[in-house]
Design a protein around this ligand. Structure first.
Ligand code: ARG
Length: 598
């Protein structure tokens, strides 16, 4: 449940609820028919911020009072005005109250905004607030690349999304476990090892073995396709089957090669996670659930819970338009869904979680429907607590990316290109002022900003068409634009030696741009909580972009260095600092660092 975490909304809610309760009692309705929390939830931002900073919709109150919402709005607005006239705390914070149709529009004073919005930001309270009451323990599984394949730009979207959702939920007060589930077994592994063993003429490189291995897979895949329909096809199949058998029985030369090569891929994943500052509480591997998953399915089969079709075992969901969910092939081997049945069980048992979320590409929607339905049919109570969090995929201007076909943009290439571009276009001008290390560090931070923001700003239901030229343009709505605003604020504060702990006059920030910016900052935690609970980092992205733009307007309209009075200058610096703090915390929830200067 949402807490009344935002101080101005809380002040309004606590005041309004008393007035409402008086009306409820007068109308013979139970006093507790509504709570301050209900009022808090009914507070919205008016579409036109000139009308007010917050609006209270009187719909539920009106229903309780059995009156029309506009009538109730009139009544409560008058009561609230009277209250403000009598109470010095309210008088200081609330500037005007007007009824408008079914709404009450409330405008705060400059001091109200500065006291309740800026001060908690300046002393850090805003960022420590618990936004939600005790929540169930949840596991979020994300970034589940396959070993023996190359990591590409497409994988980046999943990783950025999962990581940001974990950060957002944790910040909001949720109890979150992060996990990953790399695919380290299956035909893709066999194809890769086949090529390495029979066709590769290159020496194994000393560095970047994981990326090299990914190329082996792509080459293997292409060669196998080429040889389809030739006399070699049969022979290839035989070898692939042999490889898979050795992997299943955990012995033989292919098994040894698998163990060794698997590490190369895992190393590559770990390098990427380190670069991206991504951490998992638990790593599940497909190879680890594989044999248990087959045992589990056999057990269910012996209990008569599964059906047979042409020697294979599974569940038939064709009546529900979900096809046949194959769980055991006629040769006794399991499938992708088989492992997911076992994995789901383990997640709930290992960690006593109450909700299990899978961040996976929307193209696997049918798979998850089948798996969750299978769990339900097998009597697994928590099937209803499993949720497939889908997102649309990343493609290249000339079509879908596929490591099978080898038309991918490898992650390493993306990061390298971005870093070099940032240095050449922006940072090389500081060669004489900054140390080479600082240039490298900032280039890397800005590359993260560009890549992560680019992946997150797009709504999850929209495709991302990845075009390197577009991505290296860093103006407009981009991570670097927001990072740059932070750096600019930071140098401003340095220049005027600002002290966040010092008192400042809270009633002088009365310019429209100042009020708009403060009102916007007021919403930070509310936006974060919404982004978290709707699994939409994109909402925070656009909030931060707005923050940077509103800061630019303020900076343009309101002189700081040449401010008329020292009091005003100090207050404006406090506003600048607060904006910087919001940007910095906001970026960190997207997994993006904020360089001090750039
Ligand atoms: N490794 C799979 C793939 O690359 C994704 C795994 C998703 N998670 C799951 N529990 N099935 O397609």
């Amino acid at each position: 449940m949402t807490l009344m975490h935002e101080p101005l909304r809380k002040l309004v809610s606590q005041t309004l609820i008393k007035l409402i309760q008086t009306q409820l009692v007068a109308a013979g309705v139970a006093e507790d028919a509504m709570s301050a929390g209900d009022v808090y939830k009914a507070l919205v931002e008016p579409p036109n911020t000139d009308l007010g900073h917050l609006a209270f919709g009187c719909f539920i109150t009106a229903k309780n009072l059995k009156k029309g919402p506009p009538v109730v709005a009139q009544l409560l607005a008058q009561e609230l005005k009277n209250e403000c006239a009598q109470n010095i705390i309210l008088k200081k914070a609330i500037g005007s109250v007007e009824a408008a149709g079914p709404y009450i529009n409330i405008k705060f004073t400059p001091a109200g905004l500065a006291d309740y919005v800026l001060k908690p930001i300046l002393n850090g309270e805003t960022f420590k607030a618990q936004l939600t009451e005790a929540t169930p323990k949840m596991m979020i599984e994300y970034s589940q690349p396959n070993t023996h394949k190359e990591l590409h730009v497409g994988h980046m979207r999943n990783m950025c999304l999962g990581d940001s959702i974990v950060r957002l939920l944790r910040y909001s007060g949720y109890n979150i476990l992060a996990s990953t589930f790399p695919g380290d077994v299956g035909t893709h592994v066999a194809k890769c090892l086949w090529f390495m063993k029979y066709h590769n003429k290159e020496a194994i490189p000393m560095l970047n073995k994981g990326a090299w291995l990914g190329a082996m897979y792509s080459k293997g895949n292409l060669l196998l396709e080429d040889q389809e329909g030739t006399p070699l096809e049969e022979e290839n199949k035989k070898i692939l089957t042999e490889i898979l058998k050795q992997l299943e029985h955990k012995n033989g030369e292919y098994y040894d090669l698998w163990k060794q090569t698997r590490e190369w891929s895992i190393e590559l994943m770990k390098d990427v996670y380190k670069w991206a500052d991504v951490h998992f509480d638990h790593w599940y591997f497909e190879s680890d659930v594989d044999s248990d998953s087959i045992k589990t399915i056999k057990k269910y089969h012996s209990e008569g819970k599964l059906v047979e079709s042409q020697g294979a075992i599974g569940l038939d969901f064709s009546n529900e338009n979900m096809g046949f969910c194959l769980l055991l092939k006629s040769d006794g081997t399991g499938l992708y869904a088989t492992k997911d049945v076992e994995l789901a069980r383990r997640k709930f048992e290992d960690y006593k979680i109450e909700k299990s979320i899978y961040v996976v590409d929307q193209r696997q929607a049918l798979h998850f429907k089948q798996v969750f339905k299978t769990l339900e049919v097998l009597g697994f109570n928590q099937a209803k607590d499993c949720f497939h969090l889908q997102y649309n995929y990343v493609e290249l201007p000339d079509g879908a990316m596929s490591s099978r076909k080898g038309n991918i943009v490898p992650l390493t290439a993306l990061v390298e290109t971005m870093r070099n571009h940032i240095k050449a276009e922006y940072l090389n001008r500081y060669t004489n002022e900054w140390t080479p290390e600082e240039i490298e560090t900032v280039a890397d931070q800005v590359a993260k900003g560009a890549i992560k923001y680019g992946m997150l700003k797009q709504d999850t239901n929209k495709k991302i068409v990845f075009d390197m030229n577009e991505w290296t343009k860093l103006d407009g709505e981009s991570g670097p634009f927001i990072q740059y605003s932070f750096a600019r604020i930071n140098s401003l504060l340095k220049k005027f030696t600002f002290d966040a702990n010092a008192e400042f006059a809270t009633d002088v920030l009365a310019h429209n741009s100042e009020l708009k910016l403060m009102q916007h900052l007021m919403n930070f935690n509310t936006v974060v909580l919404n982004s978290a609970e709707n699994y939409k980092p994109a909402a925070l992205c656009s909030y931060l972009y707005d923050t940077a733009k509103k800061f630019n307007t303020f900076y343009h309209d309101c002189a700081i260095g040449t401010a008329e009075a020292p009091d005003l200058k100090k207050a404006r610096l406090a506003l600048a600092y607060s904006t910087g703090a919001v940007i910095k915390h906001g970026l960190s929830l997207l997994g993006i660092p904020a360089p001090e200067r750039m």
